[in-house]
Design a protein around this ligand. Structure first.
Ligand SMILES: CCCCCCC[C@@H](O)CC(=O)SCCNC(=O)CCNC(=O)[C@H](O)C(C)(C)COP(=O)(O)OP(=O)(O)OC[C@H]1O[C@@H](n2cnc3c(N)ncnc32)[C@H](O)[C@@H]1OP(=O)(O)O
Length: 284
């Protein structure tokens, strides 16, 4: 891996316009609309009073799967999404044009054979007003690298969940084709679609995007703590601890820690395995 190329990497600001089609497609990728009689979530998939799921900031103005580019020497097939954090400064409009300023913030070397963590940051601005809409931090686990050095200061590790029964749980099923719908919103990594690439990465089948699970968690937070009003969600952190397979049911366990702060984990019900851990959401 060329650590110096990563440290000095520059990506020009990215402009992205999105309309009702993109906003609705993203929500469909998270499974919204699965109950035609449930009017509470309809505004996320219907143009009458359309609302944006706040976690869409994760995808907007993203430079794409650049880690595949050969000049960085990253073993890209082995990349897994490790953490995702977003802070909303202004509610995300259901249609708009955004500008994203993106940088690689740090490379955390775990040692030869143990991998490396690549920390990225994106600032999202409304193109017309210049208002700062969101700050997004994203960490990739480079399983096929490590022992080659690092740079920058990684973010502090997230705290453990309380050791007690959850205050509330919500189960959300996914479809076997969930990843194939979700990828249309912008993450074209073949790991989530092509069985041959999934096998090279060590999986029996294509796995679900981390950011799809993240968006499903966001959906559960909105329904459980924000009355499905996206303007009330101010931030969310997730750590991806195990892969999710499309078609599995994700149960989100919530721990109410303080006014406006809920911690949570996600468990795949079929395997009773924790797939998101040490997570938190902030809301007003
Ligand atoms: C829009 C365009 C977007 C572009 C993005 C493109 C990428 C996406 O397409 C890719 C995906 O979505 S992949 C799907 C989602 N992610 C996953 O499924 C990963 C799930 N996690 C794992 O499998 C393991 O945690 C695993 C494998 C990550 C680590 O497990 P282990 O190897 O067993 O690690 P372990 O021995 O437990 O710990 C080693 C050190 O690493 C730290 N660590 C572990 N998991 C971490 C995580 N998830 N985040 C941050 N740090 C983590 C441990 O703390 C430990 O550190 P230390 O040695 O310092 O104590």
């Amino acid at each position: 891996m060329d650590v110096e190329a990563l440290r000095t990497m520059h990506i020009d600001a990215i402009e992205q316009e999105y309309g009702k089609r993109e906003t609705i497609l993203y929500a469909l990728g998270l499974g919204y609309g699965s109950d035609p009689l449930d009017a509470s979530e309809l505004p996320f998939v219907y143009e009458g009073g359309l609302r944006s799921v706040p976690s869409y900031v994760n995808l907007l103005c993203h430079p794409g799967f650049w880690a595949q580019r050969p000049e960085f020497g990253i073993d890209w097939v082995k990349i897994l999404h490790a953490e995702q954090d977003f802070t909303i400064h202004q509610p995300l409009p259901p249609t708009s044009r955004m500008r994203g300023e993106y940088r690689v913030a740090a490379l955390e070397d775990k040692g030869a054979g143990r991998g490396a963590l690549l920390h990225q940051e994106k600032a999202l601005y409304d193109s017309a007003s210049g208002a700062h809409v969101a700050t997004v931090r994203s960490t990739l686990f480079l399983r096929g690298n490590g022992g080659e050095g690092g740079f920058g200061t990684p973010p502090a590790a997230a705290g453990l969940l309380p050791d007690r029964a959850p205050d509330r749980s919500v189960s959300i099923p996914t479809l076997p084709r969930q990843a194939l719908i979700y990828r249309l919103s912008g993450d074209w990594n073949p790991l989530h679609a092509d069985p041959a690439i999934a096998a090279k990465a060590g999986f029996a089948a294509p796995i679900l995007h981390g950011l799809c699970t993240n968006g499903i968690a966001c959906r559960a937070v909105l329904a459980s703590y924000c009355d499905n009003d996206p303007a009330r969600l101010t931030g969310m952190f997730t750590r991806f601890s195990k892969p999710v397979m499309p078609g599995e049911t994700i149960r989100i366990d919530f721990f109410e820690e303080a006014a406006g702060l809920v911690m949570f984990r996600a468990v795949v019900e079929e395997r009773d395995e924790i797939v998101l851990d040490r997570c938190s959401a902030r809301y007003a």
